[in-house]
Write a protein that binds this ligand. Structure first.
Ligand SMILES: *[C@@H]1O[C@H](CO)[C@@H](O)[C@H](O)[C@H]1NC(C)=O
Ligand SMILES: *[C@@H]1O[C@H](CO)[C@@H](O)[C@H](O)[C@H]1NC(C)=O
Ligand SMILES: *[C@@H]1O[C@H](CO)[C@@H](O)[C@H](O)[C@H]1NC(C)=O
Ligand SMILES: *[C@@H]1O[C@H](CO)[C@@H](O)[C@H](O)[C@H]1NC(C)=O
Ligand SMILES: *[C@@H]1O[C@H](CO)[C@@H](O)[C@H](O)[C@H]1NC(C)=O
Ligand SMILES: *[C@@H]1O[C@H](CO)[C@@H](O)[C@H](O)[C@H]1NC(C)=O
Ligand SMILES: *[C@@H]1O[C@H](CO)[C@@H](O)[C@H](O)[C@H]1NC(C)=O
Ligand SMILES: *[C@@H]1O[C@H](CO)[C@@H](O)[C@H](O)[C@H]1NC(C)=O
Ligand SMILES: *[C@@H]1O[C@H](CO)[C@@H](O)[C@H](O)[C@H]1NC(C)=O
Ligand SMILES: *[C@@H]1O[C@H](CO)[C@@H](O)[C@H](O)[C@H]1NC(C)=O
Ligand SMILES: *[C@@H]1O[C@H](CO)[C@@H](O)[C@H](O)[C@H]1NC(C)=O
Ligand SMILES: *[C@@H]1O[C@H](CO)[C@@H](O)[C@H](O)[C@H]1NC(C)=O
Length: 571
């Protein structure tokens, strides 16, 4: 049971200084914050009760007499689907906290002995549980009228903390769950002859739900992969680009959109596609989440199902030289295995590596032929202490491969900051030894998303807003730093310094490339070019046109340079 009076000792009084100047957004605790009469008026315009989000560990407080079911909190903590069902939870818990300028961290830790008190941190204080576009329109109009710091949260999967802000007003899209398959979908404004076998997903649909629905039609779609399929299928994933193990076959998520619905800061609910507002449609496909409006639904292309061959490889050793030898060879083969149709994911450190790759319409014999040289290379190092296992397995569909691997929990509920880099094919072809050496030296390992090349490279880089660096890449590598809750801001700053060093090293070896905006760092140098490349000036012009109120502001998003580091006051 939720007990709202835990809000009382949150220390937000410190914020109740003068009311915001017009250059600053109004946040909770300030005299400009709407009063109960005004919230009652909003309540009269929306379909669900207003939300009063609390940090997800709040049921465990006070520790002497928990206000709710703390057992359920402990069970759900590392489960992305549980976290996304909580209005106050983010997937990475550090974004639920707030660090004051003096270094004090305001938090509600799962471990109740650390501070013994549940603080609101950066969790929004009031929210709208959107079910229909009209709920979003009412919320947007209210936020504009009262100059509120607005955040849009779907599942809360985000490495930049874009779906949360201290003292903010939230639009929560999680419960917009409609799914419609249409074998003859005609985009609004298109000639009747232009039809698609398309699926329309409400903003709150998550990948595990989308995959079940499209599998039921005997078809597949380009989507993400994470434990439990809890990432949103029609939110920030696609707005930031959307990588997938199927991207090398069909393009990125953003390349696969037919139409979107979106509520703009003017309160208008509009359709964006190739015929209606094509400039907005272009920007929404890779220009970033929480930047142009609130997307209500996305219509995607779908494809006939096909069998896949899968390879699995694991190796470990205490001899890091041997591991580096394996990784260097692994790096070397990527242009060739990309051309043979492969894609997938790997995790690599100085003592262990594993990958699981797939290729559509590929026989086990073809898979063996492609990977035998690499597997033999690794097996040949067992005499030097490498422990190796490798398997080739046929799956009757992409869905059966996906569900075999991702019907799990985990990956979430921790504290981390990460960065990513798009590794160009050119670096593999001309400089793979140096590339492998630089990556191998990263502390703590890295994830290796082999999700580019193939169709991603064949699509016109200017057809959608996505960072053009994707078109030249084969692999997106992501790495970061993590810490236990209760770490001091000094300890966290030291890890961030390490992260910056790693970023500098990886950028230096891939100087003209960029990074994936959805797996990104707050500390990226020249974020406009790094995340959006040559598309940035156009993206900014489209932002000016469609967000006249500058309502939608997120970390490192298009136009965010106009704001201070808290994204509250114009700088
Ligand atoms: C809320 O503010 C409005 C506008 O200033 C005012 O008319 C109204 O009386 C206030 N209501 C309460 C309960 O303070
Ligand atoms: C608390 O949550 C656990 C785990 O979900 C559940 O088994 C238990 O029945 C819940 N207890 C109460 C009192 O609701
Ligand atoms: C840091 O600043 C916050 C907000 O002003 C305040 O509540 C807190 O007590 C300060 N911490 C220390 C250690 O001074
Ligand atoms: C909780 O925090 C306390 C104090 O920092 C620490 O001693 C204890 O080991 C932590 N418990 C767990 C389960 O992490
Ligand atoms: C979702 O589907 C239901 C039933 O078909 C419909 O009544 C409702 O309007 C739909 N909602 C949205 C947001 O499309
Ligand atoms: C499918 O799309 C067509 C053309 O836009 C439309 O006429 C039809 O009603 C749609 N069917 C469903 C089930 O939504
Ligand atoms: C695993 O699959 C089962 C059966 O399809 C489903 O009910 C469950 O939600 C899935 N769990 C996860 C974590 O994906
Ligand atoms: C390597 O993997 C084997 C089998 O999974 C495991 O028993 C062993 O502890 C691992 N060794 C290292 C160095 O990680
Ligand atoms: C798989 O093979 C079928 C039959 O040849 C073909 O229609 C389909 O396009 C192929 N799919 C992919 C992803 O290669
Ligand atoms: C693929 O390789 C495995 C392992 O060497 C072998 O058992 C299997 O028979 C091969 N399959 C085909 C079709 O070549
Ligand atoms: C691993 O790969 C080697 C070389 O291709 C092969 O001989 C061996 O049978 C494979 N192991 C398994 C279990 O497939
Ligand atoms: C196996 O390793 C030896 C040296 O340890 C090397 O001479 C030989 O070429 C390697 N064989 C293969 C197939 O890589």
């Amino acid at each position: 049971m939720r007990v709202f009076n835990v809000l009382a000792p949150l220390g937000l009084g410190a914020l109740a200084c003068a009311s915001s100047s017009s250059d600053c957004r109004c946040i909770y605790g300030e005299t400009c914050w709407p009063n109960t009469t005004q919230f009652d008026q909003l309540q009269g315009q929306i379909s669900q009760p207003l939300l009063h989000p609390l940090p997800p560990a709040s049921p465990c407080y006070p520790p002497s007499d928990p206000s709710g079911n703390c057992t359920a909190v402990n069970q759900g903590w590392g489960d992305g689907n549980w976290r996304s069902s909580q209005d106050g939870a983010m997937q990475s818990t550090n974004w639920e906290t707030f660090t004051f300028k003096n270094g004090t961290i305001d938090a509600c830790y799962l471990n109740t002995t650390i501070t013994k008190i549940c603080e609101q941190g950066s969790v929004p204080v009031v929210g709208v549980d959107a079910r229909e576009p009209s709920d979003i329109q009412a919320a947007v109009n209210f936020a504009v009228e009262h100059n509120l710091r607005l955040v849009v949260k779907n599942t809360g999967h985000d490495y930049l903390g874009r779906s949360t802000a201290r003292g903010s007003f939230m639009i929560w899209t999680h419960n917009m769950k409609n799914i419609t398959y249409n074998s003859s979908f005609v985009p609004e404004g298109a000639p009747a002859t232009e039809s698609y076998e398309a699926i329309t997903l409400g903003a709150g649909v998550q990948w595990h739900e989308a995959y079940d629905a499209i599998q039921a039609q005997g078809r597949v779609m380009v989507g993400g992969a994470s434990a439990g399929g809890s990432v949103g299928a029609a939110g920030g994933w696609v707005l930031g680009g959307g990588h997938s193990s199927l991207a090398p076959s069909f393009g990125l998520g953003a390349d696969n959109v037919v139409e979107m619905g979106v509520v703009l800061s003017t309160g208008e609910y509009v359709v964006a596609n190739s015929y209606q507002r094509p400039d907005l449609f272009w920007a929404l496909r890779g220009g970033g989440g929480g930047t142009y409006g609130v997307v209500t639904h996305v219509t995607y292309h779908t494809y006939p199902s096909f069998p896949v061959a899968a390879v699995f490889f694991e190796a470990n050793t205490t001899n890091t030289d041997v591991m580096q030898t394996v990784f260097t060879e692994f790096t070397r083969i990527h242009p060739a295995i990309s051309d043979a149709g492969w894609s997938g994911y790997a995790l690599i450190s100085s003592e262990a590596m594993g990958f699981f790759y797939i290729a559509p319409n590929t026989s086990v014999a073809q898979a063996n032929a492609t990977f035998d040289p690499f597997f033999t290379f690794a097996q040949n190092l067992t005499s030097q202490g490498l422990i190796v296992s490798n398997y080739t397995v046929p799956f009757d569909s992409w869905y059966s491969w996906y569900t075999t691997l991702f019907n799990t929990t985990g990956q979430v509920g921790g504290n981390s900051q990460i960065s990513s880099r798009l590794l160009p094919r050119e670096s593999f072809e001309n400089n793979y030894e140096q590339l492998a050496k630089t990556l191998f030296a990263l502390p703590g390992g890295y994830s290796w998303n082999f999700v580019a090349g193939g169709e991603v490279s064949r699509i016109d880089p200017d057809s959608v807003a996505v960072n053009p660096a994707w078109r030249d890449a084969l692999v997106e590598v992501a790495y970061g730093e993590s810490w236990d809750e209760g770490a001091t801001s000094g300890e966290i700053d030291a890890l961030i310094s390490q992260l910056k060093q790693s970023m500098a090293a990886v950028s230096a070896i891939t100087p003209n490339s960029g990074a994936y905006y959805n797996e990104a760092s707050l500390y990226e140098v020249d974020f406009q070019y790094t995340f959006f490349g040559e598309h940035y000036p156009s993206l900014l012009a489209i932002k000016d046109k469609y967000d006249p109120h500058r309502l939608f502001v997120v970390a490192k998003g298009v136009g965010s340079e106009e704001w201070d580091s808290e994204l509250r006051c114009r700088s």
